[in-house]
Design a protein around this ligand. Sequence first.
Ligand code: AMP
Length: 517
Amino acid sequence: MSTRWIFTVADMISFATEVRSHTKTLALVPTMGALHEGHLSLVRQAKIQCDVVVVSIFVNPTQFGPSEDFARYPRNPEKDFELLESAKVHAVLAPSVEEVFPAGFSTFVDPGQIATIWEGAQRPGHFRGVATVVLRLFNIVRPDVAFFGQKDFQQVVIIRRLVEDLNLPVRIVVCPIVREADGLARSSRNIYLSAEERKVAVLLSRSLKRAEALAQSGEADAEKLLAEMRRMLAAEPRLQIDYAAIVNPATLEPVTHALPGTVALAAARLGKLRLIDNLIFGPPGLSPEMKLQLALTAPQPDKESTAAPRPEIDSLRIKIENCRDCAAVSSIALPAREFLFKYLKRDYPNLDAIRALVIGGCAPIGPADSPYRRPEQPNPFLTRLYELLGLRDFAEFRASFALTDAARCHAVGNRVDDRTLEYCARHLREELKLFPNVRTIIILGEYAYLQFQRHVLGRERASIKAFPELLKAQGWAQELVQLPGYGEREVRVLYCYHPTFETKKSPSLAAHLSSML
Ligand code: AMP
């Protein structure tokens, strides 16, 4: 395989269209070139998760201020291409400024208040330029997954917001910061550091590490941690601090107490260069990936979540967020926290009380479609589900039932492939353990049926009755099974048509359910 070098938007669109026609998953790694190990770590992740990887190299003029270093920004196309070719990237998109911003271009994305603090305050208009070019690249390449570095933490928060706010059909993956041996975060601009400056630059990461060490030894007071960071940075007169802050990872607002997942940000000027760095607090020994998960899945300040944390829910949530196995993803817009973490804690403070679990086909594409998010807004799926179960509304549903799905992070029409079912079953099996007192499981539709039979009950494909055959006689079917992890106790499983995916309809199960709950 040789790496393709693409210069025009039109060529990129036809390349991506060709990839999609083969139902392959497409990754985009946006960069400004002058590539280093940090960029290559994103490329490697993209190669693991997707079939085809496109790296864009574009020094975006709209994210540089008038007095910034656009002209001086390091450029090294030959070396970049060599690196990407050895990394076996499928295509490199290296468009000219005129290709990306042709004459007459006038529409910009305003990311709002979050783009006006920290980096945004130092570099007015920077994130407007970033969000605009990223949206344009997304629309040209239409990737299934796009990869960004934690190195630019505020950028990550803004891009994730952009994707959620504008319902962009792309999943964002964030990769940890790659550092030099002494801790300095890798950056294209580091080549401009003199040997003397290089020694000073490392102070930024050292101050962050020091704050983390203090936090790990029990000091949670953000003011004290910040004071220590500032003291270390101020000891070097050549370093001029732009900001040092300890913030909530979702809102980037300063916090009073550092918790696992809280982020420390630091930026400073050294000669003509600006350095930025950040660190996610976490318990000693936690991997950088896990820390990122902690930060990126931290609940938004949410008045509704009053229930006590359940560690087993958190660990399952992290596993699901981390799951990149089947690569069947295309447009997950519903992070796992929406259908697990958030609802379980808020709606099911006592998981032991749940007696019945409904397993649907695949997780809703948009958060607004989740009944847990908007219980007052029934959709056709819910209306028919209530009919099937003989319930009035969501409040009644929630009193006895919990709802989950066979497939979690795929949203390609209604087709659920075998690989997705197999991999997602690992999460379903874990999830079943969260409800130790379940007596009834209601399985909706063929995909959930096949997954349950093969990957929960462990039956051979040949021994599984065809779904239409199973339901032919009365429109539903039931059996008693023993579930792994449930001991000797038998669980009744009811198989029905999916309320919206299938044209046939199962009769109301109300009479059968009332005695079971
Ligand atoms: P840039 O070329 O600086 O625009 O960076 C392109 C992408 O690489 C961005 O998502 C950056 O956050 C990411 N990146 C840059 N430096 C690093 C690093 N040291 N570790 C991980 N990711 C990085």
